[in-house]
Every structure is written in structure tokens, then in C-alpha cells.
Design a protein around this ligand. Sequence first.
Ligand code: PHE
Length: 466
Amino acid sequence: MKKPNNESVSTNKKRETFSSGLAVFFATLGSAVGLGNIWKFPYLVGENGGGAFVLIYFLSILLVGMPVMVSEFYIGRKSRSNAVSAFTKLKANPKWKIIGYFGVAAAFLIMFYYSAVAGWVYSYVFKAINGAFSNLSNFSFEQATNIVENQFLTTTESLYSPIIWQGISILVVALILIGGVKNGIERITKTLMPVLFVLLVISCIRALTLPGAKAGFNFLFKIDFSKINPSVILSALGLAFFKLSLGMGTMITYGSYFTEDNNLIHTSAKVALSDTFVSLLAGIAIFPVVFTFGMRPNSGPSLLFNTIPLVFSHIPFGNLLIIAFFILASIAATTASLSMAEVPIAFITEKWNIKRKYSVIIVSLSTFIVGALTVHSSSIFGHVTILGKNFFDLFDYISSNIILPVGGLLIAIFVGYFVSKDSVLDELSNNNKLSNSKTITIYYFVLKYISPLLLLIVFLNSLGII
Ligand code: PHE
């Protein structure tokens, strides 16, 4: 029996769009570039053995990430709707809405811990302003390492402050989101992304002059094939989805705000390349420090927080650069959070036909309440484990390694097999206004035959079936 779909009614209201192609690019890049690049990418590279992981990550972006991204853009712009009702708008079987529902669930799971890490980043701005890292150069490498490691522990394990910082990070996102698409998301991303990039380049230049530069560089780029195993492949694939904000409808939602004349394939390629470049810059800034100061590359989520103060510790204006770095990292975390939260917000607003403001409040409050579990997941709740993982790791694992890739698989199958080829070709060529038929053919082929197959193999393999 078909239920009436009330959400498509409410989408008839006039929707906002981004104002130009440049704004589309920066907003999408703002979603992609975030803690995933500067925090998660380096620590996963560290935990999964370096260059081999980076190689699998590249392949995942190329063969799975980019095609899925274009598919999400297609679904979003064609339907001009949120990630759930998009499927009914495209006259698909309502069962496909499951992708949207999964996406809303993934968005929450990610926000629960992402907001905690964003809170740490915010708090580092104030730590640096208060001089917590200002005299690191007076100490030996070993003492300096101890100081930064202790700072991280006090930041994350004290009782109230991480929760307060998490609350602040959520509040900032909420206030921007209430401003709406054009004023909120667009303005912030367009101005600040380039500054982050410059600062990362400065960090890399500095890192490459450290004694451990060669070892760090080799760790990042030297491929040791013996390090590759099914769990490394699944992590790299999950990271590719997380990095490009795929598999959960973020890019469907953003695609729904794209201008009609945007070249979807170009946008996806530009975003994927720039995002990967930013991740590599972060890796180049971080690993030389790890090897110079004798840290462990696989030290996990603390990696960013322990290395960045050290990279700037022996140079003029180092403390100012640390402050600037964490300000920009906060901004990157914020712009990515905006896009994450936009998935449930667009859905709730259009589904319940309520004011955007109220759905922002609902989403932010629930993130804050459940998110508090992740803040203390390795201290107060350290003994609570589900499937052998604490809350933080569990939310991360279920979202990145399961929901996002499954969402991506379903999206690829939907666009490859359940909508007409003509509809896809029309949308990707902007109704034949672009002369990009060769590129479209390649994209379509990869999307239809290669991406779903690879995704299936990785899953079945990680389940031990093949
Ligand atoms: N891509 C973002 C980052 O790298 C995270 C994100 C995931 C954003 C999923 C939106 C959706 O930080």
C-alpha cells in the first residue's frame, strides 16, 4: 500500500539555491574539508601503516567516491528536495527512501562525536592564547612531547570543560544554520577556506625542515603492500566516504541547492582533488613531527593535537601560528558540521513543515545530549563497550565503515539501474548545454559497473563471505 507522502508537498515552497558556481564549489568543499582532513586522515594513516593505506584511499576516491558524489548531486539537483523525499520526487519506489533515513541516522552518529572533537579544537585556540604552548622550545624534545601529551589529556578528560566546549561548537553551528543557506553556509566557506589552505602550506614547509622530515615523508608515501588487509581496505573506503561527505545524503541535500548551470562532474572532480590535497598537506605537516619527536604514528585521535603545537614550537611567531591554525581548524570543523546537520534539518523542516529555526534547535539539542556520551567515552564511560568499542569508536565505526559505504552502494545502484539513463545524461550535461559527453560516458560506466562491484567485494570480504 502506498502511503501519502506529505513531505513532497512541503517541498513545493520556494527553495534557496547557492548564488553562483563559485559558491557551489566552496560550500561543497567546505563540507568535504574538515576534521576528516586534518584530524582523521593523519591518524588513520598512522594506525593503518602509512603509504599503502594512502594508496587504497586514493583508489577509493577515484573509483567509488567521485562517481557516488556525482550521483548524489544528480539526485539532489534533479529532485530539489531533501535526502529522504528526493526519492519520491524522482518517482522511485518509496523503499529507496531508506537511503535518506540511513543518512539522517549517520548524520546524527557522526555529529555525536564530531562535535566533541570540534570542541577540543575550539578549546585549543584558547589554550594557545593562554600560552599553554608558548615556551615549548625551552624544553628537550622528550619534555616537550610530554607537555603536549598532558595538555591533550587534561583537555579531553576533565569533567566539564570538554562538554562545555562541545556545547559551544554545537551552538556556533546552530546559529549559522539559522541564518539559512545563502547568508550562513555560503559566506563563511567562501572567505575562509583559502586561508586554511595557506596556513597548512606554512605548516608543511616548516615540517619539512625538521630532522624527521624524510622518515615522515616515507611513512606517508612509501607503499608497503604487506600492510594491506581487508580491515585496512574497509577503513580507507570508509574514510573516503567520510572525507567527501558521501553516502548519507549530504551531497544530495547540497545538490538540491546547486544552480542549474553547474557542471556536476567538474564540481565533483575539483572538490575531490582539492580535498585530497588538503589531507595530504595535513599528513605532510604532521608525520615529520611524529618522527622528529619520537612519537608513535599510531597514537590515534590525539595525533593532531600533539603534533601541531610542536611543529610551530621552534619558529618565530610560533605561538601565533598555533592560534591561527586552531582557529582555522575550528572553522573547517564548523563548515563541515553545517553540511552534516543540514541533512536532518532539511528533512525535519520539510517533513514536519516546521520553521527551519525549530528543526535546528531539535537537531542541536539532541546532538548535545547524546554527544556528551562520546566526550567521556574513554574516561567516565571507559568501561562501557559495545562490540568491544567505546561510544566514540562505535559511533564512528557504524557511521563511517558501515552506513556510509552501504549508502554509497545503494546510491550507485539507484542511479545506475533504477533511473533512466537519459535522465542521468541530461542532468550531467545540463540538458545538452555542456559538451562533455565523453566524460559522462566514462563516469556512467564506472558508476554502473565498477563502483558497486568494488563496494560489494569489500563488504562481503569484510564479513568473511568471500
Ligand atoms: N567531510 C567532513 C570532514 O572531512 C565530514 C563530513 C562527513 C561532513 C559526512 C558531512 C557529512 O570533516
